[in-house]
Design a protein around this ligand. Sequence first.
Ligand code: AMP
Ligand code: ZN
Length: 461
Amino acid sequence: MDIKLYNTLSRQKEEFEPIVNGKVGLYSCGPTVYLRASIGNFRAYLFVDLLKRSLMINGLKVKHIMNITDVGHLVGDSSDGEDKLEKTSRQTGETAWDIAKKYTDLFVKDMARLNMIAPTVLPRATEHIKQQIELVKTLEEKGFTYQTSDGIYFDTSKLADYGKLSGQKLEDKQEGARVEINAEKKNSTDFALWKFSPKYEKRQMEWESPWGIGFPGWHVECSAMSEEYLGVPFDIHTGGIDLIPVHHTNEIAQTEAARGKPLANIWMHNEFLLINGGKMSKSLGNVYSLDDLQEKGFEPLSYRYLLLGAHYRQMQNFTWAALEASQNALDKLRKIIIELPHGSEVSEGYLEKFLVHVNDDLDLPGALSILWQMLKDDQVSDEIKYATALKFDEVFGFGLSELKKAKIEISDEVHDLLELRLKARAEKNWELSDQIRDKILEHGFEVKDTADGQELNPIVG
Ligand code: AMP
Ligand code: ZN
């Protein structure tokens, strides 16, 4: 079946054709590890996870690279603010290196809590300084750079189609840009490729380079690391829509100027998550992490369910009521799956309906409604429902197949109780049988007597 994906670059849905048959090279801009990733950030990362799973269910093998930005991302996303990691270090007294490690570890844990498939590689900017310097050297050799008192800059006027991703013309962008602090820049859209360490100050993160001691500009790492792991061009690049006008525009400029080839064939961007209809911000105290959800009694996976309620290119509103509804729906789904007898045959008809939605630029709200439709369909046997739901879950990622494992993994104690109960029932000692049933219940399982004997169901919720 054809897979259609919306390409920000062409502003239309395109049929996806991998560069290498059967394989996909995917790059996502990852977290800047100076603070805990919020559920807003996780909208971007979960979108990639859902994209990856959608490609995989179509039989494609995905190599997924997500960078960890641990240096060079300046406050205000510009070329002249303070480094976000060094600033946090100044505020907290921890070293920039410790801060990066702390939040990278937390990020990896949060990804697992959301059942995200771990990226193939999570490369760190600080571990790819050599590749970044090489890229800047190439740009210098090709005449795209100039030096100011604080660094090496990319001259955006040298690239005829600069800004094509956002569709803004260079002149418009320059006009719209804020008043520049850096008067040495030739064009307001020019950006730093390499920044010098301040003259009388030692940075915690700095390296030697042909231009002097300093650190790479924020955009360089993505051009350098995507090339290192995926080559030029690769298939799909993702990120939040806020990255289109500057970060992704500049990634494209760097790679295309250096290599004379496109950076990536398809650019995909997720819309933002709103909180109670407004912005997420520190001052409003609504920059929620997964821990905040858990403190209110919600599982991280309920947020995964919530995100399936809107298409990734639509703004989505987060409310606690919506999260509660998602948690309830997820609980209900698990209860249904647990009750179903195992089967391995998938309903071809429903799978096809499901894939029509998935392959239409990830219409996952539509795909989710097919799941519920299938589960309610009396024409489908319970065994087929089970297998089909598990197949769909390869995309949704609720871990429905794990539920069954929990059912099978019972302790020796529960096992002995089941034997005793079987004996009691054979002896028609119903009172004892019920007492044992209550004991088993205390161990977290409900016993049902079926034609095949006793059936155990873990209690959920
Ligand atoms: P940052 O750490 O701010 O660079 O953001 C990391 C990623 O999260 C980027 O891809 C952003 O586009 C994305 N992002 C940040 N805030 C939100 C939000 N409220 N909704 C969706 N994506 C977001
Ligand atoms: Zn990037």
